[in-house]
Design a protein around this ligand. Structure first.
Ligand code: CU
Length: 291
């Protein structure tokens, strides 16, 4: 009877990791947005693709300005309100009156909110201006996904992408796990386990996640501090949940990473996700050495 040395378990150890930091989108410039009434919008049909105004939703910060340009050969209006649901308030926020071809209309928005508008001449033409409140405190971490890392399984067949929000006291942390094959296609019926630990406390534990479309969203418990959070994703195999015996793919590969919050400056919010270890473990062993 042969026995394998522990060393053989580690022979397959492969490490393919990239570390990417992305800039939080909240710092994008939303001071000015240009909206077009494209050629042909005077003919019904553009409403089916929500393209009568382009873009149909203009997103802007408080104090920002939206400028509409009539790029069509017909005259249009940019008139606030919703004719169908609230006809009495049409035009109370803004109204360009008739805009001939090539003409522009601008409006500065001083209050946060959602402002639907339409064209009086062609009422199927609808758009909306979304005015975002300014951030109260630039050091307050947002709950959007702000970190990104990916790692390839030891056999090169499963790419694991992990996005998360920044750990912050009293906030839940969102963790988004995406599984794709070597060609970037979503892996159907992925089974995996995911845990998250902070300060030695387990804040997330999902032992048997199954995602039909290779993509899972998870939310931790509310965190007790701003300390780094260790995330561990274990690939359990590919297949239907009740057919574990037939699962294929890399079984037992573990992706471990740590999300480290940074504070103080905007630049430091360009975050900081580090791959601590990616360890290939054979199917015979689910015991993961901790480095
Ligand atoms: Cu119009």
């Amino acid at each position: 009877m042969k026995s394998k040395s522990i060393g053989s378990f580690l022979l397959g150890l492969t490490l393919v990791a990239t570390i990417v930091a992305i800039t939080p989108s909240a710092f994008a410039d939303h001071a000015k947005v240009d909206v077009s009434t494209p050629a042909g919008s005077s003919t019904p049909g553009c409403e089916e693709t929500n393209s009568c105004f382009d873009p149909a939703e203009a997103i802007i910060d408080v104090g920002g300005e939206v400028t509409w340009t009539n790029d069509d050969t017909a005259a249009h209006t940019v008139t606030s309100g919703d004719l169908a649901s609230d006809p009495d308030n049409v035009g109370t926020e803004f109204d360009s009156s008739l805009l001939g071809p090539g003409k522009t209309f601008s409006k500065t928005f001083e209050e946060a909110g959602t402002f639907p508008y339409f064209c009086m001449v062609h009422p199927w033409m609808k758009g909306v201006v979304t005015v975002q409140a300014e951030m109260e405190d630039e050091e307050t971490p947002m709950e959007e996904e702000e970190t990104y890392a990916n790692a390839m399984s030891s056999d090169g067949s499963v790419n694991v992408e992990i996005e998360s929000s920044i750990p912050a006291a009293d906030k839940e942390m969102s963790i988004h796990a995406t599984f794709t094959d070597a060609d970037g296609n979503a892996i159907q019926h992925i089974n995996y386990a995911i845990t998250a630990m902070q300060d030695g406390v387990e804040v997330l534990s999902v032992p048997n996640a199954h995602e039909h479309k290779g993509e899972g969203m998870h939310t931790t418990d509310a965190l007790s501090s701003d300390s780094p959070v260790d995330i561990q994703v274990t690939i359990l195999g590919i297949g239907l949940p009740d057919e574990e015996a037939n699962w294929t793919g890399p079984k037992g590969d573990v992706v471990s990473l740590q999300v480290v919050p940074e504070f103080g400056t905007i630049a430091a919010l360009i975050l900081a996700i580090s791959i601590v270890s990616i360890i290939a473990v054979t199917a015979k062993s689910r015991v993961i050495p901790k480095l």
